[in-house]
Design a protein around this ligand. Structure first.
Ligand code: NAP
Length: 211
């Protein structure tokens, strides 16, 4: 497929949807579809995190559960795929390694977008090789309604000026759904129907997650 895109000189762009996805919910799916449409992206790869440097993995469900729920949730969308790259990679997970790995697979000419929660952008310079990362991919920082974006917008402007990086900002109303709220609802016996795909809801109950 890569060769076909390159030979026809058709835009070949991939968005990586990076997150813990514990669990994946409709907010994530709507976000990925909105970004795909807005930037004319060929494929969105959901990338459940492996062992992030800033998190104690005990707080997070097993990566296999998070991966399988992501597969169930994205199965019906022909533009969506899920990667095991981060969950299978040994050691601490750094986004720079993921982006370099994807450049190798898809070729230098493929434009890579990295979609993630806007909060992550506040800490971007604590990430491994942040400057190189900002050069290698376009960031799409997404926020939920009510997010105080003033500070972030200023930070983004400074980063863009100093590093000639491409950073977009997108507010997604559907992101009023949150994984934290879903986990709390399950723990308290409240419904999660219509917040996650039915297949994900069934999976959560079958494996007794979040109780
Ligand atoms: P997180 O704990 O899953 O999420 C933090 C916040 O952002 C949550 O409110 C979350 O909402 C939201 N969010 C996360 N991913 C999202 C997405 N793709 N679309 C919409 N909302 C999203 O994530 P994180 O630990 O901050 O990490 C985010 C990404 O940055 C991961 O891919 C991670 O590997 C990468 N990262 C890399 C480094 C590094 O390379 N050093 C350091 C930090 C983070 P929900 O809870 O509802 O999902």
């Amino acid at each position: 497929m890569r060769t076909v895109f390159n030979e026809l000189n058709v835009s070949n762009s991939i968005a990586i949807m990076g997150g813990t996805f514990d669990p994946i919910h409709y907010g994530h799916l709507v976000t990925a579809e909105a970004v795909r449409h807005k930037y004319n992206i060929n494929q969105v790869i959901f990338m459940p995190t492996g062992h992030p440097p800033h998190k104690n993995n005990k707080e997070v469900s097993h990566s296999e559960h998070r991966y399988l729920m992501s597969v169930l949730a994205t199965a019906a969308n022909p533009y969506f795929n899920v990667s095991r790259m981060e969950i299978d990679r040994k050691g601490t997970t750094y986004t720079i390694d993921t982006i370099k790995g994807l450049k190798e697979v898809y070729g230098e000419k493929t434009e890579l977008y990295f979609i993630t929660g806007a909060d992550a952008l506040h800490y971007i310079f604590t990430w491994k090789d942040a400057e190189e990362l900002l050069r290698l991919c376009t960031f799409v920082a997404v926020t939920r309604p009510g997010y105080n974006k003033e500070k972030l917008v200023k930070e983004i402007e400074i980063i863009k000026k100093n590093y000639e990086s491409k950073i977009h900002f997108l507010e997604v109303p559907a992101l009023s759904i949150s994984s934290t709220d879903i986990r709390n609802r399950v723990r308290e016996g409240r419904p999660i129907k219509y917040l996650v795909p039915e297949s994900v809801e069934n999976y959560i109950y079958k494996f007794k997650l979040y109780i």
